[in-house]
Design a protein around this ligand. Structure first.
Ligand code: ZN
Length: 319
């Protein structure tokens, strides 16, 4: 999801080198993969591999070749550590201990829990806020967009392929764009719906251009990161400006806390270290840390929607 700065920088570096990371450039690793494939991944050996492979592994798309890469990665890591070298990366990633079919178990579980938090808060929002509240449709749509993004984040961290990676990145971008749309509707759109409609059209156009460029022309990690960071910062500044002007509202402190926490927590991604216990890296810690932030943001949206409803009802009475 959104703030994966460190990973993107790494992958950008890996893409620039065109030949991957230190670990997978290592002759020991390459030899190991080659020999493993020759031994296990053709003819009768492949049949034997498939008959032994647990069903959840084949369903998750783990191939014989992937298994070779996984085993050889650990052989190489073992050699590095034995000789007192630092843990290397492979194909732009740290070595992760897989669990069942989960390639990055901590990030996958954390993504699932973020999604679960969004779902619980969506249900809570729908029961406590009447549909007549002016922000209701935009907030509910935001919850669905978030849920979709967390679904793909869970899938991507379970199994990293070209498709799941793109879906994770694109859906994360839709959350950032929807969040800025939410901000526009709240700050300007309620008084001037035409502005919100025009802004929505502009955002959809930007999303289409962004996705088309990345999927049809060139998957540029550096550009993707820069675009997300730029929109994310604009989003944060816009919300904070609104908070400053509406300090009298009792629930504004929740919004300020969410914006500052998200900015602060995204710095976690700049830390880059080999996974603790081969499971917990900075990206997973960042995913874990955003769970309570979602709860707080939806709690703010709920308070704010109820406040807007009260305000609009008071206006109707006055008229
Ligand atoms: Zn992620």
């Amino acid at each position: 999801m959104a703030g994966r700065t460190a990973r993107l920088v790494l992958l950008a570096g890996a893409a620039a080198l065109a030949s991957g990371s230190q670990g997978d450039r290592e002759p020991v690793y390459r030899d190991c993969v080659l020999r493993c494939e020759e031994r296990n991944c053709s003819g009768g050996a492949l049949k034997h591999f498939r008959s032994r492979q647990p069903i959840y592994m084949s369903l998750a798309g783990w191939t014989c070749r992937d298994d070779c890469k996984y085993e050889c990665m650990w052989v190489t890591v073992g050699l590095y550590l034995q000789e007192g070298h630092k843990v290397p990366q492979f194909h732009g990633k740290w070595p992760f201990s897989r669990f069942l079919c989960f390639q990055e178990p901590a990030s996958a579980v954390a993504s699932f829990l973020n999604g679960l938090a969004s779902l619980v808060m969506l249900c809570r929002y729908r029961t406590s806020v009447p549909a007549s509240s002016p922000m209701y449709p935009t907030c509910v749509a935001f919850a669905w967009v978030s849920l979709n993004a967390w679904f793909w984040s869970t899938v991507f961290h379970t199994r990293d392929t070209d498709l799941t990676e793109k879906m994770d990145y694109f859906c994360a971008s839709t959350v950032i764009l929807h969040s800025i749309y939410l901000c526009c509707v709240r700050t300007v759109g309620l008084q001037r719906p035409a502005v919100a409609s025009a802004f929505r059209a502009l955002l959809l156009l930007m999303l289409t251009a962004h996705v088309s460029y990345l999927s049809l022309i060139h998957f540029d990690y550096g550009y993707n990161m820069a675009a997300n960071v730029a929109i994310g910062l604009l989003n944060a500044a816009w919300w904070l400006a609104w908070c400053l002007r509406n300090q009298r509202l009792p629930h504004v402190h929740k919004c300020v806390a969410v914006v500052l926490l998200l900015q602060g927590l995204s710095l976690l991604e700049l830390l880059d270290f080999p996974p603790l216990f081969w499971v917990l890296d900075a990206h997973a810690i960042w995913h874990i840390s955003t769970i309570p932030v979602h709860v707080l943001f939806f709690s703010f949206l709920e308070d704010d929607s109820l406040y807007l409803l009260k305000e609009s009802e008071a206006k109707v009475k006055l008229d």
